[in-house]
Structure formats: C-alpha cells, structure tokens
Design a binder for this molecule. Structure first.
Ligand code: FAD
Length: 482
C-alpha cells in the first residue's frame, strides 16, 4: 500500500511529488497521458508572476508570492531556464491609472518586493515600442519568465530520482474507501493508498466527486497564443500586460525564456480538452496586443497554441482536506505555475497535519544538470565532443540541438515516448521550422535507441501516429500528425 497517491502529473502534482520525495514515504503519481506536464502546464504564458494580482488574504496571493520567491533558486538547482525580466501593467486611461493604484496596494499587502508606479516618460525609456497612448505602468521587478514544461518535468524527475513511482497512461476511474485507506481504480488495475491527492487540473471536479460530495464546479476557459520567431524576441524587454479585467490578466506581450516573443491569451469558455485555435480568438489577441505594442510583426509567427484554465466556482485555489485522508489540490488556475513549489510545500504540510508522518531521508538529491551545447564556447564544445562525438552532430539546425542532447533526453529519468516529448526535454523542433527538418531524424534516433519500429514513435499524445506502414520498397508511409 502506498502512503500517498497523487492523481495527475502537471506542475502541481510534480511539485508535491518532489516535496514528498524528501521523506521516508512510499509515494506514487498516476498520470493518464503518456508524459508528464501534457495538459495546462504545457500551454500557458510561462510567467512567474510577481503577485500583485490575487486579492490579499487568499491562498493564491500567499502561494504566488512564496512561489515567485522560491522560483529563481529552484530553477538554478533544477537547471531550468529562468529570466527575471520584470513586468509592466500598462494603463491607457485615467480609470486604468486608478486600477494600477489598486494593484500596487494589493501587491504591497501581499508582500511583493520593489513595486513602483512609473509615468509615461520612464515607461517609454524602459519600453520604446510601447504605444504612445500609454499613460503609465505598474513596474514589478520580480516577475520572471521560465520554460513551464521543463520546470514541471524537472520537478517530476527529481521526485522519480528520489524514489517516487510514476505511472504514465494510468487514468484514475474510481475511488472508494477500503479499511484504513483508499482503493484507486485505474485503466491499468487497482492501487491502494492511505492518502489520495487530487491534482487533476481541469479534471479536478471529477476526481473530487469520486471521493467526496460535490463542493465546486469547474468552468474551463481557453486562452490562445501566438509564438513569434526569435527575430521578434527584442520587440519588448519586459513582460507587458494590459490592465486586468473580469476575464483575467488580459493580453500580454513578452519575450520568452528562449528569446521568442509570446502574445496572448484571450479567455473563452470551452470543453475540458478543447485546445483548438480559432480565427476569432486569434484575431482578438492580435488586435488587443497591438493596442499596447503596435509594432508587433505577426508575419513572423511560427506557432499558435491554446491552454485551458481550470477555473472553478471558487475564486481561490482549493487546497484543503475534502474527505478522510483525501486532499484536493484543485482549481489551480493562474498563478499556479508560479505558485507550484509553494503549493507542494503547503499541500505536504496539510497531509502532515492530517497524520502523515514526515521523516526526512538521510540522502536526497534534487539537483539536475543538463548539457546545452548552443551557448557553450568553442573550447567547451570541443571538450564535450572529444568525450562524446554525438555532441558534435547537429540534428535540429534552428536551435543547434545535437544528437548527444537528444540521447540525454531519451535516457533521462522519465524517458519521452514522442517527438514532442523529446522537444520538451532537448529543445529540438522549437525553432523557426518547428521540427520540419529534424522531426524525421528524431524519429530515427528514437527508434534506434529504443529498439522499436519507427511506426511506434508518436508525435505527441497517444493516437498521434506519424508513420502508418511501409511501402513495398521499404520506405515509410506518412500518417497524419494529430
Ligand atoms: C491560458 C493560460 C495562461 C496561464 N498563464 C500562467 C502564467 O503565466 N503564470 C502562472 O503562474 N500560471 C499560469 N497559468 C496557470 C498554470 O498554467 C496552471 O495553474 C498550472 O499549469 C496548473 O497545473 P496543474 O498541475 O494543477 O494542472 P495540469 O497541468 O492540467 O495537470 C493535471 C494533470 O492531471 C492529469 N489527469 C487528469 N485527470 C486524470 C485522471 N483521471 N487520472 C490520471 N491523471 C489525470 C492530466 O492529464 C494532467 O496531466 C495559465 C493557465 C492558462 C490556461
């Protein structure tokens, strides 16, 4: 029997798993997809928010500021790309200047460091590309950008390296109390656990209702984005927000941690798994973004994507014991990415209060170090290539990702089963051609390394076949990438 069983391996489940891996416990994470961080954690704005947005006194406010404080050092330990760019909320009217004052007061009450309201001159000096109509801004120097999926993967890897068991393609279908623990039914058999944690993202309502009476409803809302080429990454140098409205933080324009430009999101009600882009959504994003930064060159767009918010009938995060030995980590909407490490610690504390004994392990090592060839000096590259010639074979030409880095990903603690899984670990296919050139070579390397037929290599989620059979001549037939 497991001590703790976590349902869902987005960043919330991964952060809690990493935290619990510090203790002498038998912990498992059950994830329905073929990889971790495949749902909301993969598709968002990738900002570690400063923390002026959530209302003072809420759990979201507290965990946002704590998570933002923890982020920099944690990213260093986990070797996850992180850049502290600072953010600007821009006002375009007298009413919006008043909103800035409210956000400033909220931020001060929440303990956000270094907040300032700046006038139009200083704003223009900091961001020359901002629209001339801008009157001022709230400047938050602690806001940062990260690689969201790498943050979650790194936490999940730390958990696995320190003894947590991860079961992928394992969907929880039922929960029932049995003796002192829980009987957890899945598509891959039955698990038993003393405590169950619901970290199922947009599916948190279903998991909650398997274990406890209904307490909240989930109202998924989609956010759509543009990702522009690195040629546009210098359009702004801070995270540029507009004033928040009822639907959220509004449309932002920001450099990404990889040096691209991200623009979005809108907010529209949707189904749990509806990640399709729409003409209307993208048109809204384009028009809104041009209000703050008129010079955005959308012709340099290399990808559109959408993420789904786990909005609920409750305004705050729902992190509480909801039944006997059953913990909800539910309704983790924005700023959930920022708050994640603090959520992990807070949730572990609630389990402890509920009777889980936390005895530290003698040895725990959560550090991670990755080889990244592109930023190295020629001498450093040569040293690595002499040790392992695979670091000298470039597979992804846009991002200069080598075979050695792809092999590292394939032999990492949570080996990817898809081309996009490799992308999320090694960075191949992230560039201008979006995998057009390197995709087939990644398939070949994966098939060779795993000793499987290339037809078994997926594009992303289960069902996303790339090759569907062999021609008479022995070449591969192409399928439709989903
Ligand atoms: C458009 C948008 C923009 C955002 N921008 C930001 C931002 O800039 N900064 C920020 O801090 N936050 C942001 N967020 C919020 C942030 O992305 C989320 O709070 C965070 O990713 C939630 O993580 P999670 O682990 O709770 O959920 P998820 O990432 O959705 O993970 C839940 C996991 O549970 C699994 N699961 C579901 N049901 C089952 C089942 N029955 N059995 C097993 N597994 C199951 C799913 O497959 C999934 O992997 C944004 C969100 C959106 C949608």
């Amino acid at each position: 029997m497991y001590d703790v069983l976590i349902v869902g391996c987005g960043i919330s489940g991964a952060a809690l798993a990493m935290e619990l891996s510090r203790y002498q416990l038998k912990v498992a994470v059950l994830e329905k997809e073929n990889d971790v961080a495949l749902a909301t954690t993969k598709a968002n704005s990738a900002i570690l928010h400063a923390g002026y947005d959530p209302a003072p006194g809420t759990l979201a406010a507290r965990l946002n500021v704590e998570g933002s404080r923890m982020g920099e050092e944690l990213c260093r330990e986990l070797d996850v790309p992180y850049k502290k760019l600072g953010s600007l909320v821009v006002a375009f009217s007298q009413e919006e200047l008043e909103v800035l004052r409210t956000l400033y007061d909220r931020g001060c009450a929440n303990g956000v460091p270094g907040l300032e309201i700046i006038g139009r001159e200083r704003l223009r000096e900091m961001e020359p590309g901002i629209a001339p109509e801008a009157l001022g801004a709230l400047y938050a120097p602690s806001a940062a950008v990260v690689n969201p999926w790498e943050y979650a993967i790194a936490m999940a890897e730390a958990a696995v390296k320190n003894g947590v068991e991860l079961f992928l393609r394992t969907e929880v279908t039922g929960l029932s109390k049995e003796g002192l623990g829980w009987r957890v039914e899945t598509n891959r058999g039955v698990f038993e656990a003393k405590w169950v944690v619901n970290a199922a993202g947009v599916c948190c309502g279903q998991i909650h209702e398997m274990a406890a009476p209904p307490a909240f409803s989930v109202h998924p809302a989609k956010g759509e984005y543009y990702l522009l080429d690195k040629s546009e990454g210098y359009t702004v140098s801070h995270v540029v927000f507009q004033c928040p409205n009822r639907d959220g933080k509004g449309v932002l324009v920001s450099p990404t941690v990889h040096g691209n430009l991200i623009v979005g999101p809108n907010a529209a009600p949707c189904g749990e798994d509806d990640r399709a882009n729409t003409a209307a959504g993208l048109e809204f994003v384009r028009t809104a973004a041009k209000k703050s930064v008129p010079g955005i060159n959308f012709r340099e767009n290399i990808r559109n994507f959408a993420g789904v918010r786990a909005n609920t009938s409750c305004e705050d995060f729902i992190i509480e014991m909801a039944g006997e030995h059953f913990l909800d980590v539910a309704g983790i909407r924005s700023p959930g990415l920022t708050a994640a490490p603090a959520i992990g610690k807070y949730a572990a504390g609630l389990l402890q209060k509920d009777g889980l004994i936390l005895t530290k392990k003698d040895s725990w090592d959560g550090r991670r170090k990755k080889v990244r060839i592109a930023p190295l000096s020629p001498a450093e590259k040569n040293r690595l290539i002499a040790r392992n010639p695979a670091y000298g074979r470039v597979i992804c030409r846009c991002e200069t990702i080598t075979e050695g880095e792809i092999l590292d990903a394939l032999h990492s603690p949570i080996p990817p089963v898809s081309v996009d899984g490799v992308k999320r670990r090694a960075g191949s296919g992230m560039g201008r051609c979006q995998g057009g050139f390197c995709g087939p070579r990644v398939v070949e390397i994966m098939a060779r390394e795993y000793g499987v037929d290339p037809q078994e290599i997926l594009m992303d989620r289960d069902g996303s076949a790339i090759l569907t059979g062999r021609t008479k001549e022995g070449g591969a037939k192409h399928g439709t990438a989903v």
